[in-house]
Design a protein around this ligand. Structure first.
Ligand SMILES: Cc1cc2nc3c(=O)[nH]c(=O)nc-3n(C[C@H](O)[C@H](O)[C@H](O)COP(=O)(O)OP(=O)(O)OC[C@H]3O[C@@H](n4cnc5c(N)ncnc54)[C@H](O)[C@@H]3O)c2cc1C
Length: 296
């Protein structure tokens, strides 16, 4: 059960109303909603705060999402992991890949059974689970979170983490943008699920992805790892030089490039998201294919 108290004027909470719960989830995209669902199913009191609106904001809510869904068959799993190893320059760690594949299968099963997500079916009637429509997916996630009794605070960004005297994170200070009031939320556990950083590209729901979770964590003393693998996206109109053949490399890391891209895309009938890697590959042109006439 969620409890409201007045926090008093102490160093931790400040002079704000205090909300307390077992688990505070910061962010209401796929990561945050699954965290809230699992915590609530385990019996915890959960509060979820979102800077935008849980179910409509973030990178998934406005796009189709490709899912790394691989049936639990040894041969298929082996091939899937091997393909990703090459893609990742053989830096990938199978100790992480295997649990990701397990978790993905389990969550997609749950999405089909509990949230009743309408996966399309193939010619044999088998559900095709390697793609999700973001708006439909996230609408169902929000409903599921609400049904489990999680208290959702929309338009309420977390601004800083609270820590106790031993520097253990004990909650967060948030801003209710509808009333302009600051709130302190005390929690036994805080899950940071505020998405990535889109470097102000504003691409496809990424207006809210300003790296807040990483910043909050660093401010609380966490160390980040793997940041050199961060990627940025831009969108480009299909059928233009950005889509096929030699093209300039467009990075969403700069406001100018991304907004120019967005303006071009808004008048185009179809757009596709491009990562810098994909754009660079396109800029180099198609991969050479072995010619049948060439000697082996
Ligand atoms: C164009 C594009 C295409 C992509 N395609 C794919 C794909 O095909 N497959 C794939 O797996 N991934 C894809 N991604 C990556 C995608 O970002 C993630 O898969 C997924 O959205 C991450 O989920 P998330 O919950 O971590 O973050 P998000 O879905 O971004 O959700 C973050 C949430 O946190 C909230 N938030 C942010 N800051 C705060 C704060 N301070 N306080 C409270 N709430 C906050 C936001 O409002 C938002 O609701 C794509 C990304 C982009 C940009």
């Amino acid at each position: 059960m969620v409890r409201f108290e007045h926090a008093g004027d102490d160093a931790t909470a400040g002079d704000h109303p205090l909300l307390s719960a077992d688990v505070l989830v910061v962010g209401g995209g796929p990561a945050g909603t699954w965290a809230a669902i699992k915590a609530a199913q385990a019996g915890a009191d959960v509060v979820l705060v979102d800077k935008g609106r849980c179910g409509s904001s973030g990178a998934t809510a406005s796009v189709g999402t490709g899912i790394w869904y691989v049936e639990d068959e040894a041969e298929l799993r082996e091939a899937a992991m091997a393909s990703r190893e090459a893609l990742g320059g053989h830096l990938a760690d199978r100790d992480w890949m295997a649990p990701v594949l397990d978790e993905t299968c389990a969550r997609m099963d749950e999405l089909a059974r509990v949230q009743r997500y309408p996966f399309p079916v193939d010619a044999h009637g088998r559900q095709i689970r390697d793609d999700l429509q973001g708006p439909e997916y996230m609408r169902r996630q929000r409903t599921c979170v609400q049904r489990l009794g999680v208290r959702i605070l929309d338009h309420t960004p977390a601004l800083e983490l609270l820590a106790d005297a031993d520097r253990v994170v004990s909650g967060a200070r948030v801003l209710d943008r509808l009333t302009g009031q600051m709130l302190s939320i005390a929690a036994g556990a805080v899950v940071l699920a505020a998405g990535g950083c889109a470097f102000q590209s504003k691409t496809l729901g990424c207006d809210v992805n300003t790296g807040d979770g990483a910043l909050l964590a660093v401010e609380a003393g966490a160390e980040l790892s793997g940041m050199e693998f961060s990627s940025a996206y831009a969108i480009a109109p299909m059928g233009t030089s950005l889509e096929d053949g030699p093209a300039p490399v467009v990075l969403a890391g700069s406001d100018t490039a991304a907004s120019a891209d967005m303006k071009a895309a808004s008048s185009a009938p179809r757009v596709r998201s491009c990562s810098p890697g994909r754009t660079r590959r396109r800029a180099r042109g198609p991969r050479p294919r072995p010619s049948p006439a060439a000697p082996a």
